[in-house]
Ligand binder design. Structure first.
Ligand SMILES: NC(=O)c1ccc[n+]([C@@H]2O[C@H](COP(=O)([O-])OP(=O)(O)OC[C@H]3O[C@@H](n4cnc5c(N)ncnc54)[C@H](OP(=O)(O)O)[C@@H]3O)[C@@H](O)[C@H]2O)c1
Length: 239
């Protein structure tokens, strides 16, 4: 397989939603603890998130003053020699994320996130001064597409250039949907909290298509359902 093995790891509601206030209610606290515990035990080479999730969880909307940075006209990937082996991979097509260093600082020091080296996956839409800003911070970046991120190309580069063997896909709904449509999810690791979400909340996959998985684990932990599915290997289109 010319890409990392992808495990989509998410907390969801009974009605299959993954965004919104229900995630922060008391009734979802245990599910979240289980989620982070599984995240640590999976010991992947890192995690992938969409731009909106990265902003909500880590950058908080900060954005640098781009005028201060060099213009980099070349659309070549930038991968410094010092790679850590543990990555926070941001799918950020237009280069909207403002980082303050090249590593994640988790407020709780959670080893599933803390210290992860940031990798930016961009399209050619990203501002040339944003490239200068990333280079100043020594944040590696790879290009995958002109205006829309080509998931297949991004994953090939993450394997062949960065060396990722297994990555967690950790939301949100939009990025999960792009991976699902690209047939790039090998495993689902779901923690179902005993809650129904609001009608405005988004599903596990935005704009999904039909695909088959096999249930390999279903476990009840304190009223939360832990589900593990693997991509079905006997699908006719894969034979
Ligand atoms: N339940 C859980 O376990 C869990 C886990 C993580 C996050 N979440 C929740 O998920 C929510 C955010 O999810 P979301 O669905 O709104 O956004 P998202 O999936 O986090 O990010 C979507 C953004 O990613 C960028 N993107 C990267 N590659 C793309 C592609 N190939 N196609 C389209 N867009 C691409 C786009 O950024 P641009 O807009 O810059 O183009 C897009 O708007 C948050 O509320 C968070 O709390 C839940």
């Amino acid at each position: 397989m010319n890409r990392p093995y992808i495990i989509c790891h998410m907390v969801m509601s009974i009605d299959g939603k993954v965004t919104g206030d229900f995630l922060f209610d008391y009734g979802c606290k245990k599910a979240t603890e289980i989620y982070y515990d599984i995240n640590r035990k999976l010991k992947a080479d890192g995690f992938i998130c969409g731009r909106i999730t990265m902003e909500g969880s880590f950058t908080g909307g900060y954005y640098p003053e781009l005028a201060e940075y060099e213009t980099i006209k070349s659309k070549e990937d930038f991968v410094p020699e010092e790679l850590s082996g543990f990555y926070a991979v941001a799918f950020d097509p237009k280069g909207k994320l403002g980082w303050k260093s090249d590593k994640i600082t988790d407020p709780d020091g959670d080893p599933g996130y803390d210290g992860a080296q940031i990798i930016e996956v961009l399209t050619e839409q990203a501002d040339e001064r944003y490239l200068g800003y990333l280079q100043t911070l020594k944040i590696p970046y790879i290009f995958a597409g002109k205006t829309v991120i080509d998931v297949k190309l991004a994953l090939e580069k993450l394997k062949n250039i960065i060396g990722c063997k297994t990555l967690l896909l950790e939301g949100g709904s939009i990025i999960n949907g792009t991976f699902q449509r690209a047939d790039a999810i090998d495993e689902l690791s779901l923690v179902v909290a005993p809650k129904i979400a609001d009608k405005a909340d988004k599903p596990l996959f935005t704009d999904s298509t039909i695909s088959d998985f096999e249930l390999v684990k279903a476990e009840n932990t304190d009223g939360n359902l832990i589900l593990n599915y693997k991509r079905k290997s006997d699908r006719e289109d894969l034979l």
